[in-house]
Design a protein around this ligand. Structure first.
Ligand SMILES: *[C@@H]1O[C@H](CO)[C@@H](O)[C@H](O)[C@H]1NC(C)=O
Length: 519
């Protein structure tokens, strides 16, 4: 009597279990903004019954059902050890910095992977997963896919270097797209000099990646995952999908394959506001003339920037009729004006919701910009490194803010810009328009990435969507064989034609020359 119901129950659990996957997710970058972008994805997948083991530098405070977090905050200690924040807060962007940053990234990855909990995961023979989601900037973590023999989704909290786009088979034409989120800062149309520089720059970055960065990372993979591990270039060929925090409203348009999902546009911005801490709330409530929120993000530290620059900030703020909330990492700010409040940590998205906020002075990190736009706050950009300079140019061109160069900033210029952005309504209007465009979508960024993650789980990968370009050898992609073949053929045809023509010409001439003699 009970046999049939029992079979039904067994069948039913078997069906539901096959849909519920065990996901290994890794976000190794010790940077808050990189972490928060993906939190809604982890939470949503967990809510749908998937089990997630999350390797993260900023474990979420709350305990969430189905999510086990492995704390990799040792990454932050490594950044401190190598004085990463000082590097990016003080120096100008150049090649030696770039090299140093790669060195730090290498050290961080190694330390994170040698953590006992991570080691346990790698060496425990009973561990099984159905999917790897890893942050592409820390490429070593792709080796987990080989370790567990599972499909892979690469994710990024911003646009990815051309190298990754190229691996997916996306458009990487050097005249249309400049590498590293356009650190060159070019605007279309490019001049001939800019086109030449862009081609050379993209080429150099590619060579640097292939011959310097990848071997460095392969060494770590061999050390951590074993001598037989495949090299990164091989592993990358197997990436099933790429999720990037990019949106066509904010970023340049790029032709991409169906397995590249652009989920950008404020996906991480919480739709449920949280009340502000009492001190900040009162400070902003009292700002009847208006308030300015000032933060250089979590990587550039206000206490590490040049003294003269900090002095420009203080002198300018002193003369303003507004209140200024400044995210500042020390207890004390010497000569702090009365209208300025400093806070080590600020619930940024909620502060930007406060009705008295008139402008956000920012380093132009993508997440900060998205939070500002979603709350219709115009921006003043003081970019420092990474994608910030390109984001600042984009913001300036789209008209929802003004881009300033912190290396040349004066009190006069700073004050004039603040007054302009607050008093001229055009900046806020543009912000509203951009926010409207960002929300005018067929489905939200979060819905997209959740749907595609489950697609990869259901189909055990996404090989169907693979661009055949990915499997072409270098010489075929660049048509070297075709050009060679057509070249040789054309040579033969032209050479042959010339030869035959000459022969005919000589014959005819002989006949003509001989004719008169006969007459
Ligand atoms: C190894 O992994 C299995 C499956 O996740 C787990 O049940 C077990 O506790 C792990 N072993 C150790 C020593 O942690």
């Amino acid at each position: 009597m009970f046999v049939i119901p029992t079979i039904l129950i067994v069948l039913w659990t078997a069906v539901t279990h096959s849909e519920q996957a065990r996901i290994l997710a890794s976000v190794p970058t010790p940077s808050y903004s990189h972490q928060i972008v993906f939190r809604p994805l982890w939470k949503e997948l967990a809510k749908k019954g998937h089990e997630i083991v999350l390797l993260t530098c900023d474990p979420m405070k709350e305990n969430i059902d189905n999510i086990r977090q492995i704390d990799m905050s040792i990454g932050y200690q490594m950044m401190e050890k190598y004085e990463y924040n000082k590097l990016i807060s003080t120096e100008e962007v150049n090649f030696s910095i770039f090299n140093k940053m790669m060195e730090i990234v290498r050290a961080i990855q190694l330390e994170e992977l040698l953590l006992p909990e991570v080691q346990q995961l790698i060496h425990n023979k009973s561990e099984k997963f159905d999917l790897l989601i890893y942050e592409s900037a820390y490429s070593v973590h792709i080796a987990f896919a080989e370790r567990f023999n599972i499909p892979v989704i690469a994710v990024s909290s911003m646009d990815v270097p051309l190298y990754i786009h190229s691996i997916m088979g996306n458009d990487v034409h050097p005249v249309v797209h400049q590498d590293l989120g356009n650190v060159l800062g070019y605007q279309h149309p490019l001049s001939i000099t800019q086109r030449v520089v862009s081609v050379l720059f993209n080429g150099l970055i590619n060579i640097y990646g292939l011959f310097v960065v990848n071997p460095m990372m392969d060494e770590i993979i061999q050390q951590v995952f074993g001598k037989d591990s495949k090299p990164i270039t091989e592993l990358m060929k197997e990436v099933d999908m790429l999720f990037i925090n990019v949106n066509p409203v904010l970023h340049p348009i790029r032709a991409v394959t169906p397995n590249t999902i652009m989920f950008g546009g404020g996906t991480h911005v919480d739709t449920v506001p949280k009340p502000l801490p009492e001190g900040i709330r009162k400070f902003l409530d009292d700002a009847t003339q208006g308030a300015i929120y000032f933060s250089l993000g979590s990587n550039v530290k206000s206490n590490l920037i040049r003294d003269e620059l900090r002095q420009v900030f203080i002198e300018t703020f002193k003369e303003l009729p507004f209140k200024i909330l400044w995210k500042f990492e020390n207890e004390e700010l010497p000569n702090k004006p009365d209208n300025v409040m400093i806070q080590k940590w600020v619930p940024q998205a909620d502060v930007l919701r406060h009705p008295n906020i008139k402008v956000f002075i920012t380093q132009c990190g993508l997440q900060s910009m998205e939070e500002a736009i979603m709350n219709h706050i115009p921006l003043i950009g003081l970019p420092f490194f990474a994608d910030q300079p390109a984001n600042a140019i984009m913001m300036h061109n789209k008209g929802f803010g003004v881009h300033l160069d912190h290396t040349k900033l004066t009190k006069e210029k700073f004050k004039e810009t603040i007054m302009e952005v607050i008093n001229n309504p055009k900046y806020k209007q543009r912000s509203v328009e951009i926010a409207d465009l960002l929300t005018d979508v067929e489905m939200t960024g979060l819905e997209k990435v959740v749907w595609w993650t489950e697609y990869v789980i259901r189909n055990k990968g996404a090989k169907l969507l693979r661009n055949p370009i990915r499997d072409l050898p270098f010489y075929q992609y660049y048509l070297l064989d075709v050009i060679g073949f057509v070249g040789v053929l054309s040579f033969i045809v032209i050479f042959g034609t010339v030869k035959i023509s000459l022969l005919i010409y000589r014959l005819v001439r002989q006949m003509i020359v001989k004719k008169p003699k006969k007459n």
